[in-house]
Write a protein that binds this ligand. Structure first.
Ligand code: MG
Length: 384
């Protein structure tokens, strides 16, 4: 029995994780939940799953949840709050595995603390790896803690890497759907609306990641994530546009063999893989090979998707440039969704923030968070 801490329990990965727990009650149990502000959902989850501890964003929300649990006659659930609360969630003695799925850098400290406490981590939060990948992977090596990627591409790569050695890897190929604007004439990019950008062709996801898929910045973050997770330089990571999203990613070996992972586009599969690794439990998530007609692959257009170029440049510099790439994008996406800047303004903002970010390599989580704040300040000032 694995007892889980689910950081980001009310988000889409958190909910999919709970549906895996529901399907495999003999394997998994909910120990702790960390959520943000969705009090109704976290109350329902507490009633259903009876965790030992729940953490919410603020003291006020924690008090509200406590009152509702009390009114419903539910006892035995401790309620905490804030970053310290999330850290308790991920490090308690009764936690065997941590699912890190809080969007943004707010899950960073709890993920780092989990690794230091020796807890295996299923990582769905790519911002953690982008902002602090060097620190997290060094800690994981030191404490011999596995980090199992839940992001579908890295999960596919993790699977494909099981058949070869690190020295035998030539290229990691990340597949990208290309988003909704793969074929839109480039002169129309300026007038893309938030409504158009929020419609993703294959995956249903959160708002920021959907916009990031439309700009392909998401793929850029994944390039950086792949470098850190699999210990390869950016020159060994390539992106290929694959509109069917059937091949989730590939590994090319030095002998010329390319291994690909194919499965349904359902996040429950990478979650189950991460939770069960190194085992593979039987599941009902079958892929209909007979319905597969063709697989297309094409080169990404860096002119159409400048965010991808910026991400490769940041990956080569590492440190503060990766942090600033992520932070500036988050601020710029928010501005785009609020109609304060055009779609093309997202890449423009990131490029300007990167240009005024000094190159440095933070050695601690506190330094990472300081660099993150600094980049956000620059981005906000630019957009004011
Ligand atoms: Mg992905």
């Amino acid at each position: 029995m694995k007892r889980l801490a689910i950081l980001g329990s009310t988000g889409s990965i958190g909910q999919s994780t709970l549906s895996i727990v529901e399907q495999f009650p003999e394997r998994y149990q909910v120990a702790t939940l960390a959520a943000g502000r969705n009090i109704d959902e976290v109350f329902a989850q507490s009633v259903r799953w009876r965790p030992r501890l729940v953490s919410l964003a603020t003291e006020e929300l924690a008090a509200q949840l406590q009152a509702r649990l009390h009114e419903s006659g539910i006892t035995g659930i401790e309620v905490v709050h804030g970053t310290a609360g999330t850290v308790v969630c991920s490090t308690r003695a009764d936690v065997d595995f941590v699912v890190s799925a809080i969007v943004g850098v707010s899950g960073l400290e709890a993920t780092h603390a989990a690794i230091l406490a020796g807890k295996p981590v299923g990582l769905a939060n790519k911002e953690c790896m982008v902002a602090a990948g060097e620190i997290l992977t060094a800690a994981a090596r030191k404490h011999q803690v596995p980090i199992l990627p839940i992001d579908s591409e890295h999960n596919a790569v993790h699977q494909c890497l099981r058949v070869g050695t690190h020295a035998e890897v030539k290229t990691i190929w990340l597949t990208a759907s290309g988003g909704p604007f793969r074929q839109l004439p480039i002169d129309q990019f300026k007038s893309i609306t938030p409504e158009q950008a929020l419609k993703h062709p294959t995956w249903v996801m959160g708002r920021r990641i959907t916009i990031d898929s439309a700009t392909m910045l998401n793929k850029g973050l994944e390039v950086i994530e792949a470098c850190r997770l699999f210990d390869v330089p950016p020159s060994q990571v390539r992106v290929t546009v694959h509109p069917q999203s059937t091949v989730h990613s590939m590994v090319e070996y030095i002998d010329g063999s390319i291994l690909a992972q194919i499965s349904v586009t359902d996040m429950r599969l990478p979650i189950l893989y991460a939770l069960a690794w190194p085992e593979r439990p039987a599941s009902s998530l079958t892929f209909d090979l007979a319905a597969l007609r063709h697989l297309d692959f094409e080169q990404p257009d860096m002119e159409r998707f400048p965010c991808l170029r910026l991400a490769f440049e940041a990956a080569a510099k590492g440190g503060t440039h990766c942090i600033a790439l992520n932070a500036a994008d988050e601020v710029a996406v928010e501005a785009f969704l609020e109609r304060r800047i055009p779609f093309t303004g997202i890449a423009d903002t990131i490029e300007k923030v990167l240009a005024s970010t000094p190159e440095a390599h933070p050695a601690t989580i506190a330094e990472v968070l300081a660099a993150d704040r600094e980049a956000r300040l620059i981005a906000h000032a630019l957009l004011a």
